[in-house]
Design a protein around this ligand. Structure first.
Ligand code: FE2
Ligand code: FE2
Length: 305
């Protein structure tokens, strides 16, 4: 298998980045986060002589609050994501321009969701702030991913984030939250399309190497929010509620992208690429079986209630 060095991959994909940055700028809507926040519900907290936070002040269900809190804390770690992607993409030309644009858009997500949660008193603001401090200080380390791995990872991650935001909004049963999170999800979708197109181009330039990167990122996938304090407990509640679970991950995130890339129909992968595709098939089998076990256990547990 022809293995391209990082520098060659950056150079070979630059025209695709440029083209997709222009396409993105033409279709991305410059939405205003303040328009999505119900400011009329806002009031002072204790230090300004107002009422301190208490759990009964919001009608949102505990699981909807947990999901929104985890979504926000995940978005809050943007400085780390920027650093990790800058390490892979560099700061030059269209790569750098895209990264800065993407960062500016992602920053809007955290500020809009935080405003919503504070104004509606849906989460404990002190706990939220302490968790944000802890998550940002822990940082997110992508582990020095090679460029193709970074592109594959963010394709899956942006799609996962789109689905999480969208499903959280629906689950919240609050039309204001649903509208805000649907708006954020539209951004995540455009981000996913950008990275997905890079991977598509990479499959043409270096198919075997790209399939290897995809296989590695499917196998070791972890959500960027995994550094948030209490992530395991929160993710379990979110999975139990059906907002995002292993079945969602397999059916709605991994498989649609693999189908789009026609990974199992590609030819000319070379022996290493073929091996990578076999490893990918094995990883998918394991993920599918785990997803089935999880949904069976969940169904059994709910039938006992
Ligand atoms: Fe985001
Ligand atoms: Fe995004």
């Amino acid at each position: 298998m022809k293995t391209l060095k990082q520098r060659a991959v950056l150079r070979d994909l630059e025209a695709t980045v440029e083209e997709n940055l222009s396409r993105h700028l033409a279709v991305a809507e410059d939405w205003m986060p303040h328009e999505y926040v119900p400011w009329s519900q806002g009031r002072d907290f204790a230090r300004l002589g107002g009422e301190p936070w208490s759990a009964g002040q919001s009608a949102l269900s505990p699981i909807a609050r947990t999901a929104m809190e985890l979504n926000l804390l995940t978005e809050d770690n943007l400085p780390s994501y920027h650093r990790e992607l800058a390490r892979s993409f560099g700061r030059e030309n269209a790569w750098g321009a895209w990264l800065n644009r993407w960062t500016a858009e992602e920053g809007r997500h955290a500020s809009a969701i935080r405003d919503y949660l504070l104004v509606t008193r849906a989460v404990d603001p002190e706990r939220l702030e302490r968790a944000r401090m802890a998550a940002v200080q822990a940082g997110f380390d992508a582990g020095n991913k090679a460029l193709l791995n970074a592109c594959a990872y963010v394709s899956f991650q942006e799609l996962a984030t789109r689905i999480t935001h969208r499903n959280t909004g629906r689950y919240s049963a609050d039309p204001v939250a649903a509208k805000l999170l649907a708006r954020v999800a539209m951004d995540e979708n455009l981000h996913m399309v950008f990275y997905r197109n890079l991977v598509t181009a990479a499959l043409e330039i270096a198919p075997g190497q790209t399939v290897r990167a995809i296989a590695e990122e499917v196998t070791g996938f972890a959500m960027p929010g995994s550094v948030v304090p209490g992530f395991g407990r929160m993710a379990a509640q979110i999975a139990h509620a059906g907002i995002y679970d292993l079945r969602t991950h397999h059916d709605d995130v991994v498989m649609p992208l693999l189908r789009h890339w026609r990974v199992f129909e590609l030819e000319g992968l070379g022996s290493e690429g073929e091996q990578a595709r076999e490893d990918l098939a094995a990883a998918l089998g394991t993920l599918d079986a785990r997803a089935t076990r999880f949904t069976e256990r969940r169904a059994a547990a709910s039938s006992l209630i």
